[in-house]
Design a protein around this ligand. Structure first.
Ligand code: FES
Length: 150
């Protein structure tokens, strides 16, 4: 049975044959939305983080067949035209990225945190920001989150 969901507000109708495909590959291969990255493929690193109905999820483990009626948001859906999302702007202001590979996932995790969690204590931020960065940009990530939360 076909399923319907949306990606960055764009409706998607999916027939039976693609429903086992992980969302990450659907976004990258079928929709050419390549901001979300493949890191580990086992739900550990967070490079593939997108939003499912506003919550951060790891798209490498999520079959598109489970998305009936869902709203997906990716890094490509954050900016409004040429206006960056405040979290994207904070990432620039704090010069967060080094190699950059994990940063789309980091930003999506940070946006979900700031939209959904009122408690911005260090403990809560640490609990929600579990994405891995091999360059070790964690200090600048925390500074950018503080800048938006202030
Ligand atoms: Fe999905 Fe690492 S690629 S968590």
């Amino acid at each position: 049975m076909p399923i319907q969901f949306s990606v960055n507000g764009q409706p998607v109708n999916l027939d039976q044959k693609d429903q086992e495909m992980p969302l990450l590959w659907f976004l990258r291969e079928k929709m050419q939305l390549t901001g979300s990255k493949f890191g580990c493929g086992i739900g550990q690193c967070g490079a593939c983080t997108v939003h499912l109905n506003g919550s951060a999820v790891r798209s490498c483990l999520l079959p598109v067949g489970q998305l009936q009626g869902s709203a997906i948001r990716t890094i490509e859906g954050l900016a409004s035209g040429t206006d960056l999302h405040p979290v994207q702007q904070a990432w620039l202001d704090e010069d967060v990225p080094q190699c950059g590979y994990c940063q789309a996932g980091q930003i999506m995790a940070a946006v979900a945190l700031l939209e959904q969690v009122n408690d911005r204590s260090e403990e809560q931020v640490n609990a929600h920001m579990s994405n891995i960065c091999r360059c070790g940009t964690y200090t600048r990530i925390r500074k950018a989150i503080k800048l938006v939360a202030a």
